[in-house]
Structure formats: structure tokens, C-alpha cells
Ligand binder design. Structure first.
Ligand code: MN
Length: 500
């Protein structure tokens, strides 16, 4: 797991007005809540109780510590008693990591026959959390507000979702993306402002000439290739002409050398995502499609044709989804299938789809690829399993980044005997016409990062933390409202700049 060292801090707000006994009780109850959350088994990160903040100085210290501690991926706040919110200003002003405001209460129900003023002095989250919420809104700080009883599974699930996003956010702040070759000539949507991306999202993008990768591939030994072929034989079927001794087996060995060389290169460069280009293959025996498939399954972000934004998002979504079933992948809108209510889009690429989404055992095949200098390439061929998922992208609108998320239903494709690529077939929600129409109106890419495991809520949390625009296309979407949302957002982002 990439985030085994991360933790989330829990900070309780109070004040000293109610006396020492109340402060002790606040502390005891907070401890119990944190223990309960950790014992729920639902949370991907451990919650660390950081005590009660009773003054501006204590709040400032707690947030400064959270900001400076590499292990801390985010802070949860909760107001057990009333906590006058001016005391949160200095701390919040300098705090840049993710924030979750938990609106809960220590006791589940009102103890009708027992409740007295002592109880009321202590249990004030009903108004204390509103006071805190005001100052966060007043300061225009992004945060997630989770409302619910702390022992409820629904509440814990919402915290868990946000925690997953915190891990991806922490990862993105030091994410290095290597590009082998530039953007594919003249393509607009996959390009964008790399400086703004680093400021806003953390993504750092570097170029690497393919010539610097070639020695890594050439240095791979025959023994290393033999071992990796053994791995392949465990996980995949081989087309008859690709098996050991058959005429095309050498191409599979060349692909294995690329995989080993590429992994070493990325490890040396401390990069967790990469892009390739079929125009930039000098010194390589084939396009690194097979290697890209294999590395994506390990959590490397990938984008084709220099698409660094998608490579970064594939990595980010992989981090969010770690440990969840079903998988995710880079995909491209490949070709359309008009069939009334079942109209759908075939998702594929020349080669580079993550085998984690396969319904069947992937099969290694070798075919000629008649584009650029890509030549004859090995690839894993399979079809994705049915199920609901999300497709997401980030585009550069000139004055801001826009994230677009479409809920999609993956359905069973027909066999494609003459198109030897991995693929998925999906119907965008609410249907093909509105789903594809809205995506196009939003200016969305033809590439996307797809996941079965994540939900719109994950992406919503991510957009909130990153403070980027979010457009969601789902069963509630109508074109008229969607267009109005785009117009409204246009105004919001123009005005928002002047407010900050
Ligand atoms: Mn493409």
C-alpha cells in the first residue's frame, strides 16, 4: 500500500468556559469516538486523536503541526462543546491540507429523563458545529462536511471515502510524471498548463528523451526475461504463435525487456506516472503497449500520446482505489455503436488498457500496428467485465482546470475477432445521447481514467480539496441544466479569482 505511513488527525474544539470537568469529559468522549472509528474496520487510515483545542494559540499550533508532519494527510474537526470560531481563524489561515468537518454528537439520542444543564454545557455540537462551519465558509476554505452519528456505517463510509482521497492528494503533491516524447502533434485537449497543474494539483511533469530509456531496456538480461515470461505464463494465455518456440515469441520477450527496463527507469527517476508516443520510438523495438498495461496494473499512471493529465489522473485514481476490488484503467472513446436505448461507446486504445478490468483471462497476442513507427507489438487482449463505474478527466479551460465525471454502465461487448485490442463497452448515464452530449459540451477529452471501484463522491472530494471545477454527468443530468451549470461556473470562476 502506498499510504501505509499516512494518518488522519482528529481535533476537537471546545473552550474553558464550562470548567475543568467539562474539558476532561470532552477529552474522554473524543478518545472514545476516535477509538470507535478506528475499530470500525471501515477506515483505510488510522485516526490519531490530537486533543482538545481551547484557544486560538492551541488551534494554530495543532494545524501548524498537521501541516508540517509528513504522516498527516488531513484533519478531522469536531466541536463537542461550543467553540467560538474566531479562535479557529489563525490556524485555518495557514492550513493547506484536506479538512473534514464531522458534524456528529457523542450521544446518539436525547436522554429525555436525564437531560439537565450539565448535559447541555457539554453536548453542544448542534450549535458548536454551526459556529465552526461559519468561519470555514467565511474564509472560503474547501472542506468536506460529513453529517451523521459516528457509529453509523453510512457516516464511517463517507469518512473512509474522503480518507482515500486524502491519500491520493498526498501522493499527487509529490507525483512526478515522465513523458517520453511531447504531446501528439496538434492535439488540443491532452495539452495544457503544466505550471498551473503543479501549483493547483501538485503534478510535476518532466520530459525524458526515449534515448535515455533505451539503455535500461538493452541492459535487461536473458535470465530476467525468462523469469518474467514465467510470470506471464502464470497469469495469461498465449496465442499459439506467441508461445515459447513459436514464430512471434521473440516479440513477447522484447516487450518483457521493455517492462523491466521501463520499471527500473521510473524507479530511478522516482516517477509514478508516464506517457508514451508512437512517434518517439528511436532505439525501441516496439511501442511500449504491453509494458504500459503491466505497469498500470501495478499502480503507475499512464496516458497515451503525451497525455500527462490523464496519466496523472490514472495514478491518482489508482491510489484512491487501493485495496478495493474491480480495478481501473486508461481508456479512449474508440468507436460508437448506435442501437437505440442501448447505444454505447467502445472504449479501447491501440494497446494500453489495464488488465485489472478484464472479465476473462487476458491473452498475449502479437500483431502489426500500422500507425507512426509503432511496428509489430505484443499486447494483452481481453474484454472488460460488466458493471457500473465512473469515467473521469481533467481539462484545461484556460482560466481553470475542469474535472468531468460521467457515471457509466459497462455492458457485454460482442467478440471482436479482427480487432485484437483490450476493450470495454459502456453506456454513459443517463443515456448515450445526453451522456456523450454533455461530455462534449463540457469540452471533455477522448481519453479518460476509468474506475469500477470509485464513486462520484471520491471525485467530488478530490475536486473540493484541489479547488477545481467539477461537472458530473449522471442519471440526473439534463442538457438544459448542464449548459446552465457551465454558464454559472464560468461566472463563478471569474468572480472567485477576484475574491481571493
Ligand atoms: Mn489516444
Amino acid at each position: 500500500m502506498e499510504y501505509k505511513n499516512l494518518e488522519i488527525w482528529f481535533l476537537t474544539g471546545a473552550q474553558l468556559l464550562y470548567g475543568g470537568d467539562a474539558v476532561v469529559a470532552v477529552d474522554t468522549h473524543s478518545n472514545e469516538i476516535v477509538k470507535g472509528l478506528n475499530a470500525s474496520g471501515k477506515l483505510p487510515l488510522k485516526v490519531i486523536y490530537k486533543g482538545t483545542a481551547n484557544s486560538s494559540a492551541e488551534v494554530a499550533k495543532a494545524f501548524a503541526d498537521a501541516g508540517n508532519d509528513d504522516k498527516c494527510a488531513g484533519v478531522i474537526t469536531w466541536m463537542h462543546t461550543f467553540s467560538p470560531a474566531k479562535m479557529w481563524i489563525q490556524g485555518l489561515k495557514n492550513y493547506k491540507k484536506p479538512l473534514l468537518h464531522l458534524h456528529t454528537q457523542y450521544n446518539e439520542q436525547i436522554p429525555w429523563s436525564e437531560i439537565d444543564m450539565d448535559f447541555m454545557n457539554l453536548n453542544q455540537s448542534a450549535h458548536g458545529d454551526r459556529e465552526f462551519g461559519h468561519i470555514v465558509s467565511r474564509m472560503r476554505k474547501p472542506r468536506k462536511v460529513v453529517v451523521g452519528y459516528w457509529k453509523d456505517a453510512v457516516t464511517q463510509d463517507k469518512i473512509a471515502t474522503w480518507m482515500r482521497v486524502c491519500t491520493a492528494w498526498a501522493d499527487a503533491q509529490s507525483l512526478r510524471i515522465i513523458r517520453f516524447g511531447d504531446n501528439m502533434n496538434n492535439v488540443a485537449v491532452t495539452d495544457g498548463d503544466k505550471v498551473e497543474a503543479e501549483i493547483r494539483l501538485g503534478y510535476h511533469v518532466d520530459n525524458a528523451p526515449i534515448a535515455t530509456l533505451v539503455p535500461y531496456v538493452n541492459a535487461v538480461t536473458e535470465k530476467e526475461i525468462d523469469d518474467l515470461i514465467g510470470e506471464y505464463e502464470k497469469h495469461y494465455d498465449f496465442a499459439a504463435d506467441c508461445k515459447k518456440g513459436a514464430e512471434k515469441h521473440q516479440y513477447v520477450r522484447d516487450a518483457a525487456a521493455q517492462e523491466i527496463g521501463l520499471r527500473r527507469f521510473l524507479e530511478d527517476k522516482k516517477a509514478k506516472a508516464f506517457t508514451t508516443s508512437f512517434d518517439e520510438l528511436e532505439g525501441m523495438k516496439q511501442l511500449m503497449g504491453f509494458a504500459s498495461q503491466r505497469l498500470m496494473a501495478e499502480g503507475y499512471g499512464f496516458g497515451a500520446e503525451g497525455d500527462w493529465k490523464t496519466a496523472a489522473l490514472v495514478r491518482t485514481m489508482w491510489v484512491m482505489g487501493q485495496g478495493l476490488p474491480c480495478g481501473q484503467s486508461f481508456l479512449e472513446d474508440y468507436t460508437l455503436n448506435f442501437a437505440g436505448e442501448n447505444s454505447s461507446i467502445l472504449q479501447a486504445h491501440m494497446l494500453e488498457i489495464n488488465p485489472e478490468i478484464a472479465a476473462n483471462k487476458p491473452r498475449i497476442e502479437v500483431h502489426f500496428l500500422g500507425i507512426g513507427n509503432a511496428r509489430t507489438c505484443a499486447r494483452l487482449v481481453f474484454q472488460a467485465h460488466p458493471g457500473e463505474g465512473i469515467a473521469a478527466t481533467i481539462v484545461d479551460m484556460g482560466n481553470r482546470f475542469r474535472m468531468i465525471v460521467n457515471r457509466v454502465d459497462v455492458i457485454e461487448p460482442q467478440p471482436l475477432p479482427k480487432l485484437p485490442v483490450a476493450c470495454a463497452l459502456w453506456k454513459p448515464q443517463p443515456n448515450f445521447e445526453i451522456g456523450a452530449g454533455a461530455w462534449i459540451l463540457a469540452g471533455g477529452t477522448h481519453h479518460s481514467s476509468f474506475s469500477y471501484s470509485l464513486t462520484v463522491e471520491h471525485m467530488e472530494d478530490y475536486a473540493e480539496i484541489a479547488d477545481v471545477e467539477l461537472l458530473v454527468i449522471d442519471n440526473n443530468t439534463t442538457i438544459r441544466n448542464f449548459k446552465q451549470d457551465i454558464r454559472n461556473n464560468e461566472m463563478y470562476y471569474l468572480l472567485n479569482k477576484s475574491l481571493q
